[in-house]
Ligand binder design. Structure first.
Ligand code: PLP
Length: 448
């Protein structure tokens, strides 16, 4: 069976974010089942999934309630759309619940099939909003280097991933990028809070350089995920907020990873006290059981689109898909009734922080950081305390060692990142940290 699947995989399946040739030569690992925080491969190996799939399986694997919600809805109404003045209960109930959980000024949601589509929707709404406000020149969006906002053309253009831009051909015009608040990687040892303020000052400088009357919005993740679990200094967000208020620029906070409990609040914006005009969401919305995303729209933008906009020529076949919405609704109900958010904030986040920080003393680790249930280790050469030569591929080596020893930890360059399911138990966090330490030991041994 393994052999068949791998052979067919090689023959027919172009995987996302993969070197097609290398993968076809090396073959794929085959994952066949999962339960709790563990995935199981076709050799029967049980692997602790410290990435919750792709930052999405917040409630963990094997939740029968979500399976039941999907099958019930698929039997009753497997598909209908919300175009042409129709609607259906699951999407409406989900919209209502999302608006109850979101900050008070957010009372509307537009559904999409994914986080990338959510960010495409954001771009359309931002530009439409300013046009309706009689400011058609206010069209530029400022984003950040090394941000990830998805893989569609608009998502990739909003994102700041240089390798994606290099392959992407002409990007969507009117988007520019400023520096990221990546203290370990880019501060040269500056005081963290001063560094955070400098990164916010870069936003103001760019606004002034572009002309405030032309800048429509700033988009950012509360904590950068795919860029390397980059937690900004505490000074960063308050300073950014002050700049945006000063120049009347919309704030878009990409909650695709930080939403639904990752930072110990329903939304990352709540952790940082932000009041975004638009919040793209996906992933943890359904714990990844079925694909669904959306944009939470603040009153300021929503009222304008509703009162002055006429028809908004935008939407997807699967916007608010009934089965996806039913699963997302059940997922949020379970998160609420099981007190998942409070548990991450008061128990699991602090416990992980304590255990994760122990890894900072490992000779291979230049920094160990975490917030809620997201964390990173920065790998450095013990001989110099500096980064390894890139050609050694230290991060990928460590990732592969982790996987072989029963732990999924992802590498972004030489930054190792985790984002485990929000239902992880203390003893599973212990296992995660122990396995990470053993993998660091083995990585150091092989690189010595
Ligand atoms: N925004 C952020 C912050 C993400 O991390 C991702 C995916 O990783 C996306 C958007 C894109 O989401 P999707 O892969 O569902 O299109």
């Amino acid at each position: 069976m393994t052999h068949d699947i791998q052979a067919l995989d090689r023959a027919h399946y172009l995987h996302p974010f993969s070197d097609f040739k290398a993968l076809s030569e090396e073959g794929s690992r085959v994952i066949v089942s999962a339960q709790g925080v563990y995935i199981v491969d076709d050799q029967g190996n049980r692997i602790l999934d410290a990435m919750a799939g792709l930052w999405c399986v917040n409630l963990g694997y094997g939740r029968e309630e979500l399976v039941d919600a999907a099958t019930r809805q698929l039997r009753e109404l497997p598909y209908y759309n919300s175009f042409f003045k129709t609607t259906h209960p699951p999407a409406v109930r989900l919209a209502e619940m999302l608006c109850r959980l979101a900050p008070a000024h957010i009372n509307r949601v537009f559904f999409t099939g994914s986080g990338s589509e959510a960010n495409d929707t954001v771009l359309r709404m931002v530009r439409r909003y300013w046009a309706l406000k009689g400011r058609p020149d206010k069209q530029l969006v400022i984003a950040r280097e090394n941000a990830y906002h998805g893989s569609t053309v608009a998502g990739m253009s909003l994102g700041g991933m240089a390798p994606m831009h290099a392959q992407g051909g002409p990007l969507v015009p009117g988007i520019c990028h400023i520096r990221q608040p990546y203290w370990f990687g880019e501060s040269n040892g500056q005081d963290p809070e001063a560094f955070g303020r400098d990164c916010a000052a870069a936003l103001e400088e760019r606004i002034l350089a572009l002309g405030e009357e032309r800048v429509a919005a700033f988009i950012a993740e509360p904590v950068q995920g795919a860029g390397g679990a980059i937690i900004p200094p505490e000074s960063y967000w308050p300073a950014v907020k002050a700049v945006l208020d000063k120049y009347d620029i919309l704030l878009v906070v990409d909650e695709v990873i930080c939403g639904f409990g990752r930072l110990g609040e329903w939304f990352g914006s709540m952790h940082y006290g932000l009041e975004p005009d638009l919040m793209p969401i996906a992933k943890g919305l359904s714990s990844g059981y079925l694909p669904i995303g959306g944009v939470l729209v603040g009153d300021r933008v929503a009222e304008t689109l509703i009162e002055e906009g006429g028809e908004f020529f935008h939407g997807f076949t699967y916007s608010g898909h009934p089965a996806c919405a039913a699963v997302a609704l059940k997922n949020l109900e379970l998160m609420e009734s099981e007190g998942i958010i409070e548990r991450v904030r008061n128990d699991l986040g602090p416990y992980l922080a304590r255990r994760w920080a122990e890894l900072a003393t490992h000779p291979l680790v230049g920094e160990a950081r975490s917030l809620g249930l997201i964390g990173a280790l920065e790998l450095v050469d013990p001989a110099t305390g500096e980064r390894f030569d890139k050609s050694l591929g230290a991060g990928n080596l460590c990732r592969d060692i982790c996987f072989a020893s029963g732990l999924v930890m992802r590498s972004v360059g030489d930054t190792m990142i985790i984002s485990p399911p929000l239902v992880i138990a203390h003893h599973e966090i212990d296992e995660l940290v122990d396995k990470a330490r053993a993998a660091l030991d083995e990585t150091a041994r092989r690189l010595a």
